[in-house]
Design a protein around this ligand. Structure first.
Ligand SMILES: Cc1ncc(COP(=O)(O)O)c(C=O)c1O
Length: 409
């Protein structure tokens, strides 16, 4: 028999958040080691529970959720999403603008498959959430990474974006709040991004899954600005969000994409998107029932993101402890669930950051993700998930500090 090989379409597709390093972690676990996994933004293993109303709603609807639904999603969920954006100034949003998916992940792939032709260039932030880059490659497109500026709070460098636009550029991806940097973009930056899309006739793809995870303190009050509200009626915008993070139910797989702007100019693309939605029948129906309850009711996330709340205390502590390590600096995250510290090359001569992460894993049994796994340009960053409680985080960052001491110049 011939060797069975993966398709050539996967040649440039990477997803290092769950890649070779996780395989090494699993090998160590099989040997009996206990690994502290700080590599995935998965809330449940760290003791976060879904709001009770969401679980109750799913249980209540389970007997009626056995059949396929409308491929774009059940009516109540799509209405709830449409109303959510109406209340945020997008008053023209209607039910038909909303597609429900098995998490944002599925919708990113579906949208790109429906939109991208071979060789189309899609602008993606660096660092990025790497699914975007992988999904663009898989759809035949060319990911083009624009720089987010660490010295400017990791805000996108608008000049860099402009300089990378060619006649072949078709869309601009914005991840705000950002994974992995935790940046929450200012209104001026969001307006600047929309202005670039408008002037160069680009479709905006806004991944806003962390929109409700913002950390206000005495020094800053981050505000999330929906890209779509600035795109108005002349720039097509696809806004992605879902229940995974703010509602702590990433295992339920419930997300949506909302279409706004000049929809009459996008009828053909939307027909393609609906075709792909039809081909996968529908998103899992029980979790769709959670969407209306989640968006409408009491927002328990607000308790977690203020002083005294776990998300807040953990991310602030992690940021402080990382900054205390000689040669390590971390821009304070204003949102999301991650720290993305820099390892000063003067102090740490790291040429291969994946190898650095593997060495750290073997030495200290801590799993983090290397910065180039987020398509960052240099091997000088890593990402740490801030979901463990403060005691575990202190232990974890202590072990990282110990390891760094052994390799510091
Ligand atoms: C920026 C970003 N977008 C999308 C996703 C995927 O979310 P979902 O669970 O809805 O597929 C994640 C998950 O970590 C993410 O960080």
């Amino acid at each position: 028999m011939r060797p069975i090989v993966q398709s050539k379409k996967l040649q440039h597709v990477r997803y290092d958040v769950r890649g070779p390093i996780l395989v090494e972690a699993q090998r160590l676990e099989a040997e009996g080691h206990k690994i502290l996994k700080l590599n995935i933004g998965n809330t449940a293993p760290f003791g976060f529970e879904a709001p009770e109303a969401i679980v109750a709603d799913m249980i209540h609807n389970l007997p009626d959720a056995q059949g396929y639904s409308d491929s774009r999603g059940i009516y109540s969920a799509r209405t709830a999403v449409a109303q959510y954006y109406q209340a945020r100034g997008l008053t023209d949003t209607v039910v038909d603008d909303v597609y429900i998916g098995n998490g944002v992940s599925e919708l990113i792939s579906m949208v790109l498959q429906a939109f991208v032709d071979d060789g189309n260039e899609i602008l993606i932030p660096a660092p990025d959430y790497p699914l975007w880059t992988g999904a663009v490659s898989l759809s035949g497109g060319t990911p083009v990474h624009y720089r987010c500026d660490e010295e400017n709070g990791w805000n996108p460098d608008l000049d860099d974006i402009e300089s990378k636009i060619t006649p072949n550029t078709h869309a601009l991806v914005v991840i705000n709040p950002n994974n992995p940097t935790g940046a929450v973009y200012s209104e001026d930056i969001v307006k600047g991004l929309v202005d670039i899309a408008r002037r160069h006739n680009l479709v905006l793809m806004a991944d806003e899954i962390y929109e409700k995870i913002l950390y206000a303190d005495e020094a800053v009050t981050p505000i999330h600005h929906h890209v779509a509200t600035y795109a108005a009626d002349d720039v097509l915008c696809l806004t992605f969000s879902g229940l995974s993070k703010a509602y702590r139910v990433c295992g339920y797989r419930a997300g949506w994409v909302m279409v706004s702007g000049p929809k009459h100019m996008a009828e053909d693309f939307l027909e393609g998107l609906t075709l792909l939605a039809n081909m996968r029948m529908c998103a899992n129906v029980p979790a769709q029932h959670a969407i209306q309850t989640a968006l409408g009711g009491y927002q328990s996330i607000n308790e977690l993101i203020v002083p005294g709340g776990r998300f807040f205390e953990q991310i602030k502590l992690a940021n402080r402890l990382l900054n205390e390590i000689p040669g390590v600096s971390c821009v304070e995250p204003q949102g999301a669930l991650y720290c993305f510290p820099r390892l000063d090359p003067e102090a740490y001569a790291i040429e291969d950051d994946q190898q650095f992460v593997i060495d750290l894993l073997r030495a200290k049994k801590i799993l983090v993700t290397h910065g180039t796994g987020f398509n960052w340009f240099e091997p000088d960053h890593f990402r740490l998930v801030t979901l463990p409680d403060t005691e575990v985080l202190t232990e974890a960052i202590g072990r990282i500090a110990e390891y760094l001491e052994t390799i510091r110049r």
